[in-house]
Design a protein around this ligand. Sequence first.
Ligand code: GDP
Length: 364
Amino acid sequence: GFKCGIVGLPNVGKSTLFNALTKTAAAQAANYPFCTIEPNTGDVAVPDPRMTAIAKIAGSKEIIPTRLTFVDIAGLVRGASKGEGLGNQFLANIREVDAIVHVLRCFEDDDITHVEGKIDPVTDAETVETELMISDLESLERRVTPLRKKGQTGDKEAKVQAELMDRILELLHDGKPARMLDVSGEELKAVRDLNLLTTKPVLYICNVDEESSGTGNEFSAAVEEMAKEQGAGTVVISAAIEAEISQLDNEEQEEFLETLGLEEPGLDRMIRAGYDLLHLITYFTAGPKETRAWTVTSGSKAPQAAGVIHTDFERGFIRAQTIAYNDYVELGGESAAKEAGKARDEGKEYIVQDGDVMLFKFNT
Ligand code: GDP
């Protein structure tokens, strides 16, 4: 599955958020640094109201959402790239994730220590990013020297690789993350294969005070401006409120959200933003037994999508009966869609679209 790593300086609300996300007390929130040492991992359901609509029409007994994994990665402090705090472990844990969810403290609270002494989320973001950039710099510098030598003695592939690394090094020396590199389609894979930390997509979570959860505040506005420049995403959330919401049953949740003037829990927005950040889309299977959501990377072809359910489905793929979500719901299900000619038979080259309701035909 796909993994989002939750990072940030100590005491910004990571554990509170992670706890709310997974509704467990596994990651103990506490008012001191290094509280969570091992990364805690939680699979969370991706909220999607389309499942309910499909299940109603298909008469499904059960709804099974698709899931996204969040990892609470604690231990980052200034100097992590030099092994300070839990630095090395921290960086190794980040290397394992597909995307970075970077929590920034955008709330004031004199009782809760800020490790840097004052509330300044933009500077905090830079502090964390600097550690990641230093780590990338060191890793590239180690790797580039032998490649340069090989390149000079006629190894073309090594030369191309070294040149790419040099371009990234130049960026990093300029204080810019590797994700800001201008790359052609072909190079993209080469860059990805370098497995750097600052090429991973970033979503900034502005953890605001309770009063600002619907509107944001001056701190989150500053983060949004910074994120825009970087092409990163932002979500404004109050971890404290999310923690409260996660304790409530559905009915109480709705009431509570209404009193706050919120349409949905902030965590739902965050999960979806993580999903978008990874360029993930959802297709559905629907029947009397269950309506189920499945995750594929945007651009995936039908056999790959089938492979998410079972590898046999991919190997023996013949075709996929495909109904667009809107057709399925507006026409009222599979039979009606068929009658209206909206159930398409798609082959191996079909690129799955978000919301497709699919039925695979395959050889066993
Ligand atoms: P972590 O070190 O980043 O994992 O931070 P924690 O989740 O342990 O939070 C540190 C402290 O800040 C705890 O005492 C939390 O209760 C508190 N905290 C977290 N989020 C909020 C928030 O949105 N508002 C307020 N007032 N306190 C918060």
